[in-house]
Every structure is written in structure tokens, then in C-alpha cells.
Ligand binder design. Structure first.
Ligand SMILES: Nc1ncnc2c1ncn2[C@@H]1O[C@H](COP(=O)(O)OP(=O)(O)OP(=O)(O)O)[C@@H](O)[C@H]1O
Ligand SMILES: [Mg+2]
Length: 385
């Protein structure tokens, strides 16, 4: 932001507009305060100020459609949108965050909450993005367990379910096969992006990715030559994530089973780790070892989600036994369905494109919905603290 911001208050309630004005007058960095009862009149002026605006919009008496319509318009002008409501049920907070609000404030708004939120938004101008973007890494310390299958189909379902921009990044630096799974040929690989494109703006950067059909999933493949993967450093991986977080809502990462400096950097940087195992004793033993490693790295609770792949109802080992052995709950189970998966891989498409009503397509769709809901819920808990 070049100039001091104008704050637009959109609120149907005259009393709360006045209270808000009183609070805002004490902020020296605000150049102007504009109050609107009619949100569309407000929008016309927000359009003129563009990114120099901060918008505080009340949704207490708005319908879902109105909220969606107006926030979509506002978001095209400025990312700095704060939503307030006298209903601060989890559902309303989720609705606000889904609509694209950077912050939610319950009504009556407290001055100290407003100070916190406005300072966070002001930080945006100095590049300290408050990121709601999440890195979701699909990992197992055992090869051949289904990581790529899960990363590809989860990323695509996340894009379909949420309509948000999803990046699918192949960081299985020597044996990546994401682009083969989807029959894609992205113009640049991750190595090229790291070396040449991290300073580019969003429009240019996104061209390094291949958009998957009519979805909002964008794919970045692994380096073409093995020697390029060896030269990549943990610091470069961090830089890559930092830049991608500004562009994508979800960054789904596929990686190798190895534990080395680069893979530790990926795991340490992930907001969510979809730790995948299958129902057999060696796999569960391996899982146990890996979870101990995560514990020793003091990952925050909720970062690691354990899922079972190739699940069958009649497996000898019961889910409760696995949970007891691992000391963690199982977050999701993906059914075994070899034929649908093989057909998808052979045709280079997602599972849903082979059979959208198969048990495994259903499972991925519900899995993606659960993840996006739970991510939003985590944010809500953060707002409640
Ligand atoms: N739910 C499932 N049901 C049946 N087969 C599956 C399932 N998930 C994965 N597979 C099969 O398991 C094999 C390994 O899958 P995938 O390549 O996704 O594993 P990976 O963990 O990425 O392997 P690598 O460690 O080599 O990268 C593939 O043949 C795949 O089709
Ligand atoms: Mg793989």
C-alpha cells in the first residue's frame, strides 16, 4: 500500500457505524473513514480506492447470497476485508472466512480486537502477509504406499470442492511421477522455478504451472534431471513455499519416503502432514518410528493426520488396534480399489474422472471436504482464543 488507507465501514446499523467511527478516529495511520448503510454504494467508492482500502463489513443481517456477491466484488479491489457479525457461531465465522475475509470480529466489536486486526492488516503492506494458505504434505517413510495417488486425487478434489487455487507440487525430487499420473507436461519444473522465478509476480509465476483441465489445480513437476535435484537446498525449498503461499490457498506436496535435509525441511514447513500407512505389520512399525521422529521435532498437535490407504473392512488388524499401537486416532481411511486406480493412472486422469460414484472417488471427495472444513475450524479456534 503506497498511501495511508481509507477505512470503509459497511453496516446497516447506525449505532454500530458510529461506534466504529469513534474507534477508527484514534488511528493516526488511517487517512479517511467512510461509513455506508448501502453496501453497493460503499463498493463503488472502494473500487476507486482499490488496494488503499480496508473494508469492515457487517454481515449480521445479510443473506448468504448477498455476502457472497458483495465480498466477491470487494475482494477484487482489496484483500483487506474484515467481517463483523453479532452472530458469532462457528458457522458464521466459517462463512466469513470462506467468503474471503482476512479477519472476523464478533459484535459488539471491542477496541482492543480492532487494534489487533488493523495492525495485522497494516502489516500486509510491509509484505508480512497473514497467510491463510496451507501446505498439505502427503508423506510416508515407506515407498509405494500410495503417496502420489493420494496427493494427486486429494489436490484435485480440494480444487473441485473449494474452488480455491490449489498447487500440486512434486517434491519427490528424483522419482517424481505426478505429471505422469495426470498425463501432463508442465512447461517448467520445480528446479527452474526456484532458480529463476521466485522474484516474479503471480501472473508470471503461475505460468510455470500446468493448469489441470477446467479445475483450479495447478501442477508443478519434479526436476527433469536427477543431478538438479541434488543441488536443491532446504533454504531454496523454504523460499519456494514462502512465494507459493502468496499465490495458492492450498499447496499439496508429494514427496519421497526418504528422510534427508530437504525432506525434513518440507515436513517442518508443512501446516498439515497427511501421514499415510496401510494395514500391515511392517508398515505400522515404520509408521511408529516416523511418528516418534515427528514427536521429537515437537510438531504442534493437529499437524500430523494419520490416514490408512488401501483399507478393507475385513482386514485382520482392526483400526482400534492400529490406533492403540500408534497412540493416535486415524483421521481417514481410503478404500482399496486397485482397478479404478490403475485405470486412472493408465489413462492419466483422476479417479473421479474414471468413476465419480465409485467408493474411492467418494472417499477422496469427502476427505477433501473434511480437510478444508477442519482447516477453517482450526482458524476459528484461533479466533476464539
Ligand atoms: N487405495 C488404493 N487401492 C488400491 N491400490 C492402490 C491404492 N492406493 C495406491 N494404490 C496402488 O499402489 C501403488 C503405489 O501407489 P503410489 O505410486 O501412489 O505410491 P507412492 O507412495 O507414491 O510410491 P513411491 O514411494 O514410489 O513414490 C500403485 O500401483 C497404486 O495404484
Ligand atoms: Mg510416489
Amino acid at each position: 500500500m503506497q498511501n495511508n488507507p481509507t477505512v470503509f465501514v459497511l453496516d446497516k446499523n447506525a449505532n454500530s457505524r458510529e461506534v466504529m467511527q469513534g474507534y477508527l478516529q484514534s488511528f493516526e495511520f488511517i487517512s479517511d473513514i467512510k461509513l455506508f448503510e448501502n453496501y453497493y454504494e460503499g463498493y463503488e467508492q472502494i473500487k476507486q480506492k482499490g488496494a488503499d482500502s480496508i473494508v469492515i463489513m457487517d454481515i449480521s443481517s445479510e443473506t448468504d447470497n448477498d455476502i457472497r456477491e458483495i465480498t466477491e466484488k470487494i475482494k477484487l479491489c482489496t484483500p483487506k476485508l474484515v467481517i463483523t457479525s453479532s452472530d458469532y457461531s462457528t458457522n458464521t465465522i466459517i462463512k466469513a472466512l470462506r467468503a474471503g475475509a482476512k479477519e472476523f470480529l464478533p459484535k459488539p466489536v471491542l477496541r482492543e480486537d480492532l487494534v489487533r486486526v488493523l495492525s495485522a492488516l497494516a502489516a500486509l503492506e510491509f509484505g508480512e502477509e497473514i497467510s491463510q494458505s496451507k501446505i498439505i504434505t502427503v508423506y510416508s517413510n515407506k515407498g509405494g504406499i500410495g503417496k502420489t495417488t493420494i496427493a494427486v486425487n486429494l489436490a484435485c478434489e480440494l480444487a473441485r470442492v473449494t474452488k480455491a487455487k490449489v498447487a500440486l507440487i512434486d517434491l519427490n525430487l528424483q522419482l517424481g511421477d505426478v505429471s505422469t499420473f495426470l498425463n501432463l507436461n508442465p512447461p517448467f519444473d520445480v528446479n527452474y522455478v526456484i532458480r529463476n522465478m521466485l522474484d516474479k509476480d503471480e501472473e508470471v509465476l503461475i505460468k510455470a504451472f500446468e493448469k489441470y483441465k477446467d479445475t483450479s489445480m495447478y501442477v508443478l513437476s519434479d526436476p527433469s534431471y536427477i543431478e538438479q535435484s541434488e543441488s536443491m537446498t532446504p533454504r531454496e525449498i523454504s523460499e519456494l513455499f514462502k512465494v507459493l503461499k502468496k499465490v495458492f490457498t492450498y499447496i499439496v506436496v508429494d514427496m519421497s519416503a526418504n528422510i534427508d535435509a530437504n525432506s525434513l525441511k518440507i515436513l517442518d514447513s508443512s501446516d498439515w502432514i497427511i501421514f499415510t500407512t496401510i494395514v500391515n505389520i511392517p508398515a505400522i512399525r515404520n509408521a511408529q518410528r516416523c511418528l516418534n521422529l515427528f514427536r521429537s521435532r515437537k510438531y504442534p498437535s493437529g499437524r500430523v493426520k494419520i490416514i490408512i490407504n488401501r483399507y478393507m473392512d475385513n482386514d485382520d488388524i482392526r483400526v482400534e488396534d492400529i490406533e492403540n499401537t500408534l497412540g493416535e486416532k486415524i483421521y481417514w481411511k481410503i478404500p482399496n480399489n486397485y482397478f479404478t486406480i490403475m485405470e486412472a493412472v493408465n489413462k492419466g486422469v483422476t479417479i473421479a474422472e474414471i468413476n465419480a460414484s465409485s467408493n474411492i472417488a467418494d472417499s477422496f471427495r469427502e476427505f477433501a471436504s473434511k480437510i478444508s472444513d477442519d482447516i477453517i475450524e482450526q482458524e476459528v479456534i484461533q479466533y476464539r482464543i
